[in-house]
Design a binder for this molecule. Structure first.
Ligand SMILES: *Cc1c(COP(=O)(O)O)cnc(C)c1O
Length: 474
């Protein structure tokens, strides 16, 4: 399988190279040259365990790693999850909650980042290379990325986050990892500032090459790929032996998660509707409902991991939806960059597969309270946004709501939602042993200005550089 850029000006490359590159050199995002179909094999896949299904899905896209090695990478990546199903489905009222938070940092990003960390380690070992990972996080990506690579040889990781924006627990999950290959940078700015700093550093090809920069943000194709697996898994499980299709509600920030669902559907898995649920940052719901793509200011909400205006994976969606037309993508992105707005005319609804809605703070809190009171099930605020959006699905067919974080990561929002009642059952859901111990640990972080030169200087001073044997070997 070859990988191509959404901007069309990069020569095709294999999976390994695509993973190591992160962004394409032409500034676009990498995608497989075609989306493989498993439509004719669904019967055989119906009863597979998560890890075996992951292997079947991933090997369609990864043709330059030996099967046994791939299987081993997948197995090791999910060995640390504390549920035998990895991403268990829980029936709650008339929805199915898919709990994606059973990995080491209690957020869904572990599903992809445990795999990516092992994959990087494998690729670097076989090439005798080193890497400096640069990431930007609004909350959960940072800790999950750090957990994916902490202590790994040949890798340093630099994680930027907007100072004061992630919850204190989220921050502690990053800053209490004191392995000497981990650097946490508290940036004086917004998440969009962090993301654009990251883009400018990666667009400096000389700098990128000199420091062997790698990406763990959802621009990295391997992350999207790992997420395709749980859509496949849940849709097969709930399809009643392929006699019905399953819809998904996806709390959305950078569009990585829902893109994975879109790809799972293109592969032929029994998926009907994907509901895109945003918080007050509604650029994507406005687009899907009107055809207008227009950047607004960032709102800070109860679901900080979704406080994003410009979603980096949206470009991949535009590319797939246009029938892989890179000229159309370039035109769209250029217009957006110069005008701050693009209007797709005569094009409603924009997409039959995707329904989209913005859920405000009031409805998020009400949803948390409703599920706690009626079903004794505690939703974290991100998950609650997705669950509230399930009202868009009117049919009797199964609806899966993706639970993207454990509620114990966001106790303030949940206490606010449940202010009237203090049921001990609910309060128990807000405890997790892994989080309780954090406050006692030593913290390590550095404050930094939202400034490209400051960032480059910091990386230059702390990067992992090739040792002598490595540089003569390469
Ligand atoms: C990252 C994140 C999201 C949003 O996922 P995207 O892939 O950015 O759309 C939602 N919920 C939680 C808890 C997250 O960490």
């Amino acid at each position: 399988m070859q990988y191509v850029s959404t901007r069309g000006a990069t020569s095709p490359m294999q999976f390994q190279e695509a993973v190591l590159a992160g962004l394409a050199p032409d500034g676009g995002l990498l995608l497989p040259e075609k989306i493989p179909s498993l439509r004719n094999r669904l019967e055989d896949l119906l009863d597979l365990e998560f890890v075996d299904l992951a292997f079947e899905v991933m090997r369609e896209y990864i043709t330059d790693i030996a099967s046994d090695d791939l299987r081993d990478l997948i197995q090791r990546s999910y060995a640390n999850f504390d549920s035998p199903d990895i991403t268990p489905l829980v029936a709650v009222g008339n929805i199915h909650v898919m709990e994606l938070f059973h990995g080491p940092t209690l957020a869904f990003k572990d599903v992809a980042l445990q795999f990516l960390g092992n994959l990087f380690e494998y690729l670097l070992a076989s090439r005798n290379q080193h890497m400096n990972i640069l990431g930007a996080t609004s909350g959960d990506t940072g800790s999950a990325a750090i957990a994916g690579v902490q202590g790994k040889a040949k890798i340093n990781i630099f994680v930027m986050y907007p100072q004061g924006k992630p919850s204190r627990l989220q921050e502690l999950q990053m800053t209490t990892v004191t392995d000497d290959n981990v650097f946490c940078l508290a940036v004086d700015g917004s998440f969009d500032d962090c993301q654009s700093l990251m883009k400018s550093v990666f667009n400096d090809l000389e700098f990128k090459q000199e420091f062997h920069l790698g990406a763990v943000n959802s621009v990295n194709w391997a992350r999207v790929l790992a997420q395709v697996v749980y859509y496949a898994y849940a849709s097969l499980k709930l399809s009643k032996k392929l006699t019905q299709r399953v819809s998904f509600c996806v709390p959305t920030g950078n569009f990585g998660d829902i893109l994975a669902g879109y790809i799972a559907k293109m592969m032929g898995f029994p998926i009907k509707t994907l509901v895109l649920a945003s918080n007050e940052n509604d650029i994507l719901p406005v687009f899907f409902n009107t055809g207008i793509y227009k950047k607004g200011g960032v709102h800070f909400t109860l679901s900080p991991s979704m406080d994003i205006q410009v979603a980096s994976n949206f470009e991949r969606y535009l590319y797939l939806r246009s029938g892989m037309d890179s000229a159309a993508v370039c035109k769209f992105m250029e217009e957006f960059e110069s005008q701050g707005e693009v209007v797709l005319q005569h094009n409603h609804p924009v997409d039959e597969t995707i329904r989209a809605v913005s859920i405000d703070t009031r409805e998020t809190l009400d949803t948390i309270a409703k599920y706690a009171n009626e079903h004794a099930y505690v939703l974290d605020p991100h998950t609650a946004v997705g669950v509230a959006a399930a009202r868009l699905i009117k049919s009797d067919e199964p609806v899966v709501c993706l639970a993207t974080a454990h509620p114990a990561k966001f106790p303030e929002a949940i206490k606010r939602a449940l202010s009237l009642k203090d049921q001990s059952e609910t309060m128990a859901a807000l405890q997790h042993p892994r989080l309780q111990q954090l406050a006692e640990l030593e913290e390590r972080k550095v404050a930094i200005a939202a400034d490209i030169d400051a960032l480059k200087a910091y990386i230059t001073a702390h990067a992992r550089l090739a040792d002598k044997t490595e540089s003569t070997a390469s």
